[in-house]
Design a protein around this ligand. Structure first.
Ligand code: PGA
Length: 257
């Protein structure tokens, strides 16, 4: 069962930043899976403030929109460049985002997978969760065996992400995303969720049946998962009291992973 940690957001961010900081200290060539969206932004800021050294580490993004120029402020290539590469001091040649370029879509997935393999696999994958239970951009119905590929974005995802764009119409309809099979191969999954709007998806992912209708429920199949939730995101969990008790009594002390 996943470690579920329920704390105020600022404490979760500190916990996650200390954990990742300690990992990169122990293993300077850490391979970090990075998420976009609002959820991990404070974590990246806190890691930057901590002075953790990512100069020898690599990073792999989860996904990218299809058809946005890389210079578009909402292309994940651009977001990762600002929030991860520059802010944390990665070497740009060791930061990888799937290509959402129309001209190379057929090969984007296999090429990205080959890069992950060449790096030795992902040590820790940071994940958010969509209000519809997606993980990466794997929308409800995605195969748990899926690999990095083109996906059609769910209407709910386009609505949720329209806050970053001028209008709903300007949100792309397609993406390239790591598959659920790809994500499950990371050695540790670190899923963060904040806010009431995530509560139903969090409950379905952690306590519902494992189902492709809730792609994030695939984390139940992974042996090493930490789920960091604020009170609002945890508010619909049936087992919240047990999770708190288990965290307080965690064997070997309170260390993620
Ligand atoms: P958010 O997105 O962090 O912006 O809420 C998470 C997701 O859609 O996976």
């Amino acid at each position: 069962m996943a470690d579920v940690v329920i704390l105020p957001q600022s404490e979760l961010v500190t916990l996650a930043a200390e954990y990742i900081g300690s990992l990169v200290h122990e293993k300077p060539e850490l391979v970090l899976g990075v998420a976009t969206g609002s959820t991990p932004l404070q974590l990246y800021q806190q890691l930057a403030r901590s002075g953790a050294d990512f100069s020898r580490a690599s990073a792999f993004a989860l996904d990218e929109y299809v058809g946005l120029p890389e210079s578009h402020p909402e292309s994940y290539t651009r977001v990762i460049d600002t929030q991860v590469t520059r802010q944390l001091g990665f070497q740009p040649e060791r930061v990888h985002v799937p290509s959402g370029n129309h001209a190379t879509l057929a090969t984007a997935g296999p090429e990205f997978e080959a890069k992950i393999r060449a790096a030795g696999g992902i040590d820790v994958q940071i994940l958010g969760i969509g209000t519809n239970g997606h993980v990466g951009f794997n929308e409800p119905g995605s195969s748990f065996a899926s690999r990095t590929r083109v996906q059609v974005l769910a209407e709910q995802t386009r609505i949720d992400n329209s806050r970053f764009f001028d209008s709903l119409e300007s949100v792309p309809r397609h993406c390239v995303t790591q598959g659920i099979g790809t994500i499950l191969e990371a050695r540790h999954l670190l899923l963060l969720a904040f806010g009431k709007q995530k509560a139903a998806a969090v409950r379905a992912a952690l306590e519902g049946p494992v189902s492709s209708l809730v792609p994030a429920s695939a984390i139940q199949l992974h042996p090493r998962v930490s789920v960091l939730l604020d009170e609002d995101a945890a508010s619909e969990l049936a087992m919240a009291e047990y999770y708190r008790y288990a965290w307080q009594n965690k064997f070997g002390g309170q260390v993620l992973g």
